[in-house]
Ligand binder design. Structure first.
Ligand SMILES: *Cc1c(COP(=O)(O)O)cnc(C)c1O
Length: 321
């Protein structure tokens, strides 16, 4: 599907089966003789789209099947996940509760204002309490206070989220106008999307399976590797070593949500040249990592690369990008 068509809108609890693809033509890529495409998850659904939709929809299906009418999850003030969750709750008739990191009385971000406008109830907790978000005792305290809810971990990082992300393998197959690429590149926060994508690709014959490269956007992202590997290990009917993947941890630019001026310069130049917008937290770092790798000659001539635009454009900071 060529990019620029009317964006798909998610109107039912069904995962998208395809997404637009843009070719990125650049003098640098021509010189290195590599072919670069971008899978536009950002164009699937402006408010619910991006990779978050793939993690949320299976969770919402489970919530509905188990009779819940309230969804609760966690995030920071600029969370793409809470943004998508608020929209999904509004669209599919769930009450939503967002537990937000930081109770220091700062003015609401545009993300949180959007969430509230979609009916999300915000619970602000201290950074200390926020660290307990995966503890059973903390969840029990929240339930005592707020009543029954279906819990979605921060970022949609659970099995349902990985299952949904596995669908990305089919999305890629259905959307590419050409053969499978040699390498797929995507940004990683929790690694949920990457784990699911690798799992989904295991359905392909091994000779046709692309290499998957994740770009960790947080500092000291090495711990994400064991999370991905452990998950692949649990997939009984396949040998996880059959799918080649790597997680690069040196492209974080100082840490999660750090957006140094030099990165902003890269983003502005990229957006101006290619008319494709990037988000500051994830896709900016993936894209700059890719340009760096190409410049350093890391790809053989003739390589075909697919980058995944995971969305997140709601997180663009007015005045900074
Ligand atoms: C959340 C998010 C990611 C990271 O996804 P994980 O599954 O947590 O690794 C990447 N890109 C965008 C735009 C996101 O919002």
């Amino acid at each position: 599907m060529p990019a620029g068509d009317t964006p798909q809108r998610i109107t039912e609890l069904v995962l998208p089966s395809c997404a637009p693809v843009s070719e990125i033509a650049d003098g640098l890529f021509a010189k290195k003789n590599i072919y670069v495409q971008l899978l536009r998850l950002d164009q699937i659904d402006p408010e619910l789209g991006g990779n978050k939709a793939f993690k949320l929809i299976p969770n919402i299906i489970r919530a509905r099947a188990s009779g819940h009418n309230t969804l609760l999850s966690f995030g920071g003030a600029y969370s793409n996940h809470l943004h998508a969750l608020a929209e999904a709750g509004h669209r599919f008739n769930f009450k939503t509760i967002g537990v937000v990191r930081g109770d220091d009385g700062q003015e609401d971000s545009h993300t949180l204002k959007f969430a509230v406008s979609k009916g999300m109830q915000l619970i602000r907790v201290s950074r200390q309490d926020y660290r307990r978000r995966n503890e059973a005792e903390f969840i029990a305290e929240l339930a005592a206070r707020l009543g029954q809810f279906y819990l979605i971990p921060e970022g949609g990082a659970n099995d349902a989220g990985r299952n949904g992300s596995a669908q990305l393998a089919s999305v890629i197959l259905n959307s590419l106008l050409s053969d499978m690429p040699d390498e797929i590149l995507l940004p990683c926060g929790t690694g949920t999307t990457m784990a699911g994508l690798i799992a989904g690709l295991l359905a392909l014959p091994i000779s046709n399976r692309p290499f998957v490269r994740g770009v960790a956007v947080l500092k000291q992202g090495e711990f994400l590797r064991s999370g991905i590997a452990d998950y692949l290990q649990t997939l009984t009917d396949s040998n996880p070593t059959d799918c080649n993947w790597v997680l690069d941890t040196q492209y974080h630019w100082g840490g999660y949500a750090r957006f140094p001026a030099q990165l902003a310069v890269f983003v502005r130049e990229f957006e101006r040249t290619h008319k494709i917008m990037l988000d500051p937290v994830y896709t900016a770092k993936m894209m700059s990592a890719f340009y760096q790798r190409v410049t350093e000659g890391m790809y053989k001539p003739g390589s075909r690369i697919l980058l995944v635009h995971t969305g997140g454009l709601q997180g663009r900071i007015p005045g900074r990008m």
